[in-house]
Design a protein around this ligand. Structure first.
Ligand code: FEO
Length: 398
C-alpha cells in the first residue's frame, strides 16, 4: 500500500473496516483515522487514532521510527476519534511535546489526564520549524469543533485539513485514484452533510482563507487523500458551504396504513411532471445519514407523517430532530399526512419545518383516513408547486 505523501511524509493511520455507527451516522463503508508522520531534522506526528486502535497504531509506527525520537505530536482536533490514543501515545513518545491551540488544550484536559504532558500552545498563523521544512498552524473554528486547527506544510504545498474534506470510507488505497474517486466524492458529500452542514459560514470563511495558499495535496483525517482531484473537492465544498440548491425535490415520509404513502406518491408524481429530479425517501428504508446527504443539495422537500397518538410518528420525529440540528436552511417545504379520528401528525411536521426556518409554501396537506381522488389531485398540484419553487430557488442561486 502506497502511504507516501511527499519526501519523508507518510500516512500512518488505521483503517476501521467494521465501523457502521459513528455517533449515530451510519457509516456503511467503514472509515479511517488518518495520522501522518513528517520526518525532517525534527519529527512530527500529526493527529492520532481512535483509542481501540492505539496498540496496533503504535506498533505500526515503530516500523517507521523509534517512538522516543518523535519531537512533536500535533493535535488538530480534540474529538476522540483523533485524540483517543493520545494518553498511550504521549506515554510512548517520551520526548514529544503536544502541539495544539489553547482551546484544544482545554478540551484535551477535560477528556484525559494531561498533567504529565508537555504542551506547546500555538497561535493562529504561527510557523514552527522542523529543520529544512516548516509547519504552519491555522485555527479553523467549527470545522469541526471550536478548537479545530489545520496544519500546513508549505514546502510540500500540503495541508493536513482535519475533518474538512474527509470521508467515512474504508479502502485499500490512501489516495484519490481514478478508480475510487466517484465513491470518495459521494462519501465526502455524505460526510459534509452529516458532520459539517450546520457550519456553512465557518467553512466558507475557511475556503476563502485556503484559496490564498498554494495547495497540491489535501490530507484529511478520514478517508482518501486528495492529490489528483484537489480542485474538485474544494469546488464541491464551495457549493456545499453555501447550501447551493439543485432543482430537486425530496418526498420524505413515514406511513402507518399506506394512506400517507399514497399521498407521497402523488406529490412525487406532481414534482416529476415539472421535470426536476424528485426522490421518494421512506424513513424506514433510508438511514438518517442518507436522508441528510440528499437534503444537503435539494431545493425543496415535502415531509409527511400520519397521526399517531395525536402527534407525528417517532421515526419521522427522529429524522426531523436530526435535520433540524444540521440546519438545512434556504429550502422550500410543506408538510402532509393522513389522520384518523384526530389530527396531529402533519401539524407537528409543519411545526418542525417552521422551526427549521424553511420556506413553508403552504399549510399542511391533510386527509382523514384514505386519500380520495380529490385529495390525490391536491397532492399532485402541491408536488408541482413545490417543484416549480425548487426550480426558482436553484436558478436564483446560480
Ligand atoms: Fe473526525 Fe470531528 O472528528
Amino acid at each position: 500500500m502506497d502511504t507516501k505523501l511527499a519526501n519523508g511524509v507518510f500516512w500512518v493511520g488505521c483503517i476501521d473496516w467494521n465501523i457502521r455507527d459513528f455517533h449515530g451516522y451510519e457509516t456503511e463503508g467503514g472509515s479511517t483515522y488518518n495520522s501522518y508522520l513528517v520526518k525532517d531534522s525534527k519529527i512530527a506526528l500529526i493527529d492520532t487514532v481512535k483509542e481501540p486502535f492505539a496498540k496496533a497504531y503504535l506498533e505500526s509506527l515503530t516500523q517507521h521510527i523509534k517512538l522516543e525520537d518523535i519531537d512533536y505530536v500535533i493535535c488538530n482536533h480534540a474529538e476522540p476519534d483523533h485524540s483517543g490514543s493520545l494518553p498511550q501515545v504521549m506515554k510512548a513518545c517520551s520526548r514529544a511535546e503536544l502541539v495544539c491551540d489553547k482551546k484544544c488544550r482545554e478540551a484535551l484536559s477535560l477528556h484525559y489526564d494531561t498533567k504529565d504532558w508537555r504542551f506547546r500552545i500555538v497561535q493562529d498563523g504561527e510557523i514552527m520549524s522542523l529543520g529544512t521544512r516548516n509547519l504552519q498552524f491555522f485555527e479553523t473554528p467549527m470545522s469541526h469543533w471550536p478548537e479545530s486547527m489545520a496544519t500546513y506544510l508549505p514546502e510540500e504545498k500540503l495541508l493536513f485539513s482535519m475533518d474538512v474534506f474527509g470521508q467515512h470510507i474504508a479502502l485499500s488505497t490512501r489516495f484519490d485514484d481514478d478508480d475510487v474517486y466517484t465513491a470518495a466524492m459521494a462519501e465526502a458529500k455524505k460526510y459534509y452533510a452529516n458532520i459539517l452542514m450546520l457550519y456553512g459560514k465557518p467553512n466558507d470563511k475557511l475556503l476563502t482563507r485556503l484559496s490564498t495558499l498554494p495547495i497540491n495535496t489535501l490530507a484529511p483525517s478520514h478517508g482518501v487523500i486528495w492529490r489528483k482531484h484537489t480542485a474538485d473537492i474544494v469546488n464541491a465544498y464551495k457549493r456545499w458551504a453555501v447550501l447551493k440548491p439543485e432543482p430537486k425535490v425530496l418526498v420524505i415520509y413515514d406511513t402507518m396504513w399506506k394512506s400517507t404513502e399514497k399521498m407521497a406518491y402523488a406529490i412525487l408524481e406532481g414534482a416529476l411532471s415539472a421535470n426536476v429530479c424528485a426522490k421518494l425517501l421512506y424513513v424506514r428504508a433510508n438511514t438518517l445519514a442518507t436522508i441528510a446527504d440528499e437534503v444537503l443539495d435539494t431545493a425543496a422537500m415535502a415531509v409527511g407523517s400520519p397521526t399517531l397518538n395525536t402527534t407525528l410518528m417517532s421515526q419521522m420525529a427522529a429524522v426531523l430532530t436530526y435535520l433540524k440540528g444540521l440546519r438545512p436552511v434556504g429550502k422550500a417545504a410543506f408538510a402532509f399526512g393522513s389522520y384518523g379520528w384526530g389530527k396531529g401528525g402533519a401539524d407537528a411536521v409543519g411545526k418542525y419545518l417552521t422551526e427549521m426556518n424553511l420556506e413553508v409554501i403552504r399549510e399542511p396537506l391533510q386527509t382523514q383516513f384514505v386519500p380520495n381522488a380529490e385529495v390525490l389531485t391536491k397532492c399532485r398540484e402541491a408536488g408541482l408547486a413545490l417543484a416549480q419553487r425548487a426550480i426558482e430557488l436553484s436558478q436564483k442561486a446560480k
